[in-house]
Design a protein around this ligand. Structure first.
Ligand SMILES: [Zn+2]
Length: 203
C-alpha cells in the first residue's frame, strides 16, 4: 500500500510504502507529526530521498531520529544537504551529521528486512536525482512531475542528463510512476509524456 502525504513546502509529496506491519518512506518534506499519523504502529525500515532539494529533505533528520532508521540517497545529495544555497532552503536546511546516511552510487538494490528496493541514479533536475523501484512502483522525485519535465535551470540541473534520464525511464519496466509533486500516473501515460520532452530536449 502506498499513502501520499502532501507537504506545506511547495506541495511536495512524501510516500509511506507499507507491507503489513512494515514500511519505508520516500522523501521528507512533511512535518514529522503528520508522517507519524500515517505510519502508526508500523516499523519504518528506511527513508529514501529522491534528491537534495529542501522541499524533499527538510525533516529528514527528525525522521531518522524518530524512527531509528537509515537514510538512503545519492552520493551527490550530500553537497545539497550541507549547503542551503544548493538545497534552496534560504539558510534553513544545513545538515552536518551524516552518520545515519547511506550514500548510493549508480544503480543497484537496497535490501531491507522486508523490502528490496532498486535504485537508479538519474540527473537533469539536480545532480542528486535518484529513482527508487519497489513492486512495480517507481518514485522519481522531480525528474518528471505528471505531464511536466522537472526544472533544469536550478543548481546542478543539466539538459543532456535530463534527456538521458527520460530515455532511461521510458525504457524501464514499471507499472506506476510517483512524482515529487502531484498525483501518480501509469507507465503508458508517462511514456507519452517522456517522449514529448525527449523530442523537446533533442531540438
Ligand atoms: Zn526539486
Amino acid at each position: 500500500m502506498i499513502e501520499r502525504i502532501v507537504s506545506n513546502l511547495v506541495e511536495s509529496n512524501v510516500f509511506v510504502v507499507s507491507n503489513g506491519d512494515n514500511c519505508f518512506i520516500v522523501d521528507a518534506g512533511v512535518e514529522l507529526d503528520k508522517v507519524k499519523a500515517v505510519v502508526g504502529n508500523k516499523k519504518v525500515e528506511a527513508v529514501f530521498l529522491t534528491h537534495g532539494h529542501y522541499d524533499h529533505c527538510f525533516y529528514v533528520e527528525e525522521y531518522a531520529k524518530e524512527f531509528g532508521c537509515k537514510v538512503y540517497c545519492s552520493q551527490f545529495a550530500k553537497d545539497y544537504l550541507e549547503n542551503s544555497e544548493h538545497n534552496y532552503s534560504e539558510g534553513k536546511l544545513k545538515i552536518s551529521d551524516f552518520s545515519n546516511f547511506c550514500f548510493l552510487n549508480g544503480n543497484g538494490e537496497v535490501s531491507l528486512q522486508h523490502f528490496n528496493v532498486r535504485y537508479f541514479a538519474l540527473g537533469g533536475h539536480s545532480k542528486s536525482d535518484m529513482a527508487y523501484l519497489y513492486d512495480g512502483d517507481i518514485f522519481v522525485g522531480d525528474v518528471l512531475i505528471g505531464r511536466d519535465m522537472g526544472r533544469i535551470d536550478l543548481y546542478g540541473g543539466d539538459k543532456s542528463a535530463m534527456k538521458t534520464s527520460l530515455e532511461f525511464l521510458h525504457g524501464l519496466d514499471y507499472k506506476t510512476m510517483y512524482s515529487g509533486h502531484g498525483e501518480e500516473n501509469a507507465k503508458q501515460v508517462q511514456d507519452k509524456v517522456a517522449n514529448l520532452w525527449i523530442k523537446f530536449l533533442s531540438r
